[in-house]
Design a protein around this ligand. Structure first.
Ligand SMILES: Nc1ncnc2c1ncn2[C@@H]1O[C@H](COP(=O)(O)OP(=O)(O)OP(=O)(O)O)[C@@H](O)[C@H]1O
Length: 300
């Protein structure tokens, strides 16, 4: 488990991370979302022990991570500006990581390089940006650490590679309880990857929730009631977040379980009703409105 306890970090007069407390459970994918400059990289760099917090501490499985080799050996960090030794080939990086991570799986590395169609003998500085990201991801997976920090790693991967990486993550989570922490400024990049999302804004966490929990308690339904009085009754009975009417078709987004909302609509004898899927973006818009923010100004 990763625990951040009241962590802050400033660079001169810039407060990059402001009193963050958060818990990241094993075996889940934690998404860290926020605009450019929100503090995601600074948080990740503290979480992997590269930066020392000014205040508070970050614990990896109960161990304070800063200058702690044991805690650091449980983490692999894929930074947004990936570092490879100049002139290094993929095989050179494999051997370097093998010397640092005792469980680094050389055979798996070779297998994945083939699977991703990357030439392990080539110098990494001749690879494209996306290919370099793939090499970093492969190194990260093969390091066999408990935690994998991915800073903007998914942004810019092509759809096929993205799907392949997602399925590798899913297997690693199932087989060995890997915990990926994925930072991105793009909610859509995280939509189908994460179990839990923390929204970072100006160094602080605005919102931190399980996606399933969020999805369980908010629903979007289209219906035709064809009666203004019934519509008023519906608005009175449901905790409406958003409503829209086009002709006789009414679309409502409301807080509550699907059964509660559908039952309320059914009591009003609708001519038609249908439950519509809600995107993570729509859920976030609703959730952040509740805490008084317009998310469209914060992300996307
Ligand atoms: N080494 C540094 N020196 C000075 N300021 C820094 C340094 N690192 C980060 N900052 C500042 O801290 C704030 C948070 O930056 P950080 O890189 O953590 O944001 P981020 O959410 O990762 O952004 P992005 O999505 O653009 O990568 C920014 O205002 C940035 O300018």
């Amino acid at each position: 488990m990763i625990e951040a306890v009241n962590v802050s970090k400033s660079f001169h007069d810039i407060k990059a991370v402001d009193s963050i407390s958060a818990t990241i459970k094993e075996g889940t994918v934690f998404g860290l979302i926020g605009t450019n400059g929100a503090g995601k990289s600074t948080f990740l760099r503290m979480a992997c022990g590269v930066l020392k917090p000014d205040q508070g501490e970050i614990l990896i499985d109960g161990l304070s991570v800063y200058e702690n080799e044991e805690a650091k050996s449980r983490i692999f960090y894929i930074s947004d500006d990936q570092h490879f030794f100049s002139n290094a080939t993929c095989n050179d990086m494999k051997l370097y990581y093998k010397s640092f991570y005792k469980n680094f799986d050389i055979n798996r590395f070779d297998e994945l390089m083939l699977k991703f169609d990357l030439d392990a003998k080539r110098k990494i500085n001749t690879f494209s940006k996306g290919m370099k990201k793939q090499v970093s991801i492969i190194c990260g997976i093969c390091a066999n650490t408990e935690y994998l920090f991915c800073d903007e790693t998914f942004d810019g991967l092509d759809p096929v590679v993205r799907q392949a990486v997602k399925s590798i993550f899913a297997n690693e989570i199932e087989e060995r309880n890997l915990t990926p922490v994925v930072a991105s400024h793009n909610l859509r990049e995280l939509e189908d990857i994460c179990d839990h999302v923390g929204l970072l804004h100006r160094g602080g966490i605005l919102l931190s929730k399980d996606l399933e929990e969020m999805k369980f308690n908010i629903h979007k339904i289209q219906c035709v009631l064809n009666d203004e009085k019934k519509e008023e009754v519906l608005y009175g009975k449901l905790e409406i977040i958003k409503k829209e009417k086009r002709g006789s078709l009414l679309t409502v987004t409301a807080r509550g379980t699907q059964i509660e909302i559908v039952d309320t609509i059914k009591e009003l004898n609708p001519l038609f009703y249908e439950v519509l899927p809600l995107s993570l973006e729509e859920i976030f818009i609703s959730e952040t409105e509740v805490v008084g923010y317009d998310i469209k100004k914060l992300i996307f």
